[in-house]
Design a protein around this ligand. Structure first.
Ligand code: DX5
Ligand code: ZN
Length: 215
């Protein structure tokens, strides 16, 4: 059974407390998308919002950095309560150093890649990661359509994790819906991020339940 991580990018920011409580009650992890308008052509939210959510959250916070120079902000995200921090492989000059920096705070460290980056480029870093994440869409916006080739990429990455005998969790982010989740999770995914599928649903509880019990 995969863990379900609602992406708070699609939450109702006017009633954030209500959506945080919903995740506390029904899901497993908070997925927080941090965008800088440089690495991706969009802005999201920053420390005040993350801090506010952290105060209320009873589940781990998974911070997804879509920013250049992730090393500049890792310490602050750890300080405000991140339990997991991931950054994009091509956003860091020295990915190994950033992974070590994240782990030095006792925070789980992850690498992410967009759909156009070969999945093999993650292989040399797997030993230094607690989790790896594949984007099912191009990072930057919620509500995009899942790129079907991602499923095969997930399978290849999972096989390599197993081949290296590692306990590295596999996460998928972007475009996951109740309709495609079974196939995606079948590729060996441990953590499923879902933004619009959860928050735009009339019955988020049913969506989360269906996703968790998809296989
Ligand atoms: C996209 C973000 C995702 C996004 C997922 O850049 O990293 O986390 O919020 O949203 P959905 O599930 O709507 O694709
Ligand atoms: Zn994300």
């Amino acid at each position: 059974m995969p863990l379900i991580a609602p992406s708070m990018l699609s939450a109702d920011f006017l009633h954030l407390e209500k959506d945080v409580d919903m995740v506390n009650r029904l899901a497993d992890i908070f997925h927080l998308d941090i965008m800088d308008g440089v690495f991706v052509p969009n802005l999201s939210y920053g420390f005040p919002i993350v801090e506010a959510m952290a105060r209320r959250a009873e589940k781990p916070l998974d911070v997804h950095l879509m920013i250049v120079h992730p090393e500049r902000y890792v310490d602050r995200f750890a300080a405000v309560g991140a339990d997991m921090i991931s950054f994009h492989l091509n956003a860091a000059e020295n990915p190994s150093a950033v992974l070590a920096q994240i782990r030095s705070h006792g925070v789980k460290a992850g690498l992410v890649i967009n759909p156009d980056i070969p999945v093999e480029s993650l292989f040399p870093y797997l030993k230094e990661c607690d989790f790896v994440m594949l984007m099912g869409v191009y990072a930057g916006f919620g509500g995009q359509k899942y790129i079907p080739e991602t499923t095969e990429r997930l399978r290849i990455l999972k096989d390599e994790i197993v081949r290296q005998g590692l306990d590295v969790k596999l996460e998928v982010d972007g475009g996951v819906t109740p309709e495609n989740v079974a196939e995606i999770v079948g590729a060996g995914v441990d953590i499923v991020v879902a933004g619009s599928a959860v928050f735009k649903a009339t019955d988020p509880a049913a969506v989360i339940d269906a996703m968790r019990n998809c296989i």
